[in-house]
Design a protein around this ligand. Sequence first.
Ligand code: UDP
Ligand code: MG
Length: 330
Amino acid sequence: MKNREINRSLPVAAIVVPCFNEEAVLDDTAAELIKLLDAMIARGRAAPESRIVFVDDGSGDATWERVLIHAKESRLVAGISLRRNVGHQNALFAGLMEVREFCDAAISLDADLQDDPGLIPAMLEAFCAGKDVVYAVRRSRMGDGWAKKASAFLFYRLMERMGADLPRDCGDFRLLSRKALEELGCFREPDPFLRGLIPLLGLPSETLFFDRRPRKAGKSKYSLPKMVRFAANGIITLTDWPIVLIFRLGAGLFGVSLAVFFWLLSAGWAGNGWKIAAVSIWGAAGLILMAAGTIGLYIFRIWQRAFGHPHYQIREKYFFPENPEEKYKV
Ligand code: UDP
Ligand code: MG
């Protein structure tokens, strides 16, 4: 199965959906995706072996129970349950790695129906026309608040300024061919920043646009601290910019202190010399802490890598109940 040709006329599609405590929205998502995939199969746009694969990222609610119910009711639904909550990127990575053996193309989207599934047929069409990567870019984000919109806007522009090759306003709604999935599997980042890694593959790609919808139900699982960590992770994965910034800050500070030193020499210390000294000590201490923290983050990455931590562990799979290949059974 592994070395078979990629089928670009009637592809086996895998729709990969990471879910963390999504019991409130899962039934709607499953219904919408099943309807869509069914129609695509009926119209000869996707092979009948195509599947919707829910990846339960160690949810504490009834997400996995809901997935099992749908998997038993519909032959199109499969599920993977991870042992613990490993985060969105790792859960998505788990799903993509697990489906690569059976599918020709994997489409990833969020469980909350913010990514418009209506775009999937067009994405698959681009794949059939020869693309290995199809990005779905948000034209608008109706459902998100101003803080989310502003932080996303700043994040993508800042990454661009720092020289990272990151498709603008493109989340994790995208299609990857089996070839792209196999090559992605060679990246060994401990916490992969997927949307930044995929452009590094250098495969033929296409960009489609959609309007991001409001969440159908449930609440966002990205709290502010999680978003800050996510952005920091992106910066660390893709760029040495923080280190360069620290170096420039250091050089600037050194230059300024030299200038102040000569200015003080010529004007004399009279009166406020101690104030300048105190402020400089605090400034220097802050700078040293920032520098140490930044370097520490990189070292942390090396440390994680040295250990070779697995991205995820699978507790249970519910794959293709009627598939004759034993290994896909629970
Ligand atoms: N998610 C996940 N693990 C986590 C957090 C989130 O698998 O630890 C999933 C979540 O269920 C959803 C997707 O990642 O399918 C995006 O999360 P969410 O919609 O909460 O983020 P937002 O759209 O608010 O950025
Ligand atoms: Mg969302």
